[in-house]
Design a protein around this ligand. Sequence first.
Ligand SMILES: [Zn+2]
Length: 174
Amino acid sequence: MSFFEDLSPYTYLKHPSNEYTFNVGWLDNKYPYNKGKVIREFLDKLFSLCEISVSETRGYHECNICKNSYKGPLIICNENKEIEVGFAEIRVFDKKSNIYSAPNLIYHYVKEHSYQPPQVFIDSVMSGVSPNSEEYYSMLKKYQLDWIDWNEQFEKMKKNPKLLKILKKSGMEI
Ligand SMILES: [Zn+2]
């Protein structure tokens, strides 16, 4: 996966929102990263943000910080919810028109590898636009960011017998 320094201007894919967008959590094992504790509530909110995928890519990015690099889609869990990550980005909108782009692996990086994102990002996740709000979707629309809502997608997949089989095979509890 590509490495970008935290808070550097976002240039990975072309979007009309790029001039307001900053990178967060584009880690790579070749570069050191900031470690520290985060509060539980931050992790919960970050998980909700990971449920809305932006800029899906073909194929999966793996976490290369994991010592025994696991091949295939990585599944993240929060309480009794599980979602696949490594194939898309998330967007975080603060209240001042700044946007943060992170790979959806960021939840895994924080939870499993003690990655501590910049404070400005933590603040935006905590008090920026909530992913469960209408405002969040209107921001995505405003900046022409295509998204996939994992919850909607999951419901659709469950109705398709072929996809349901794949989900069960991947070890997901349905
Ligand atoms: Zn990992």
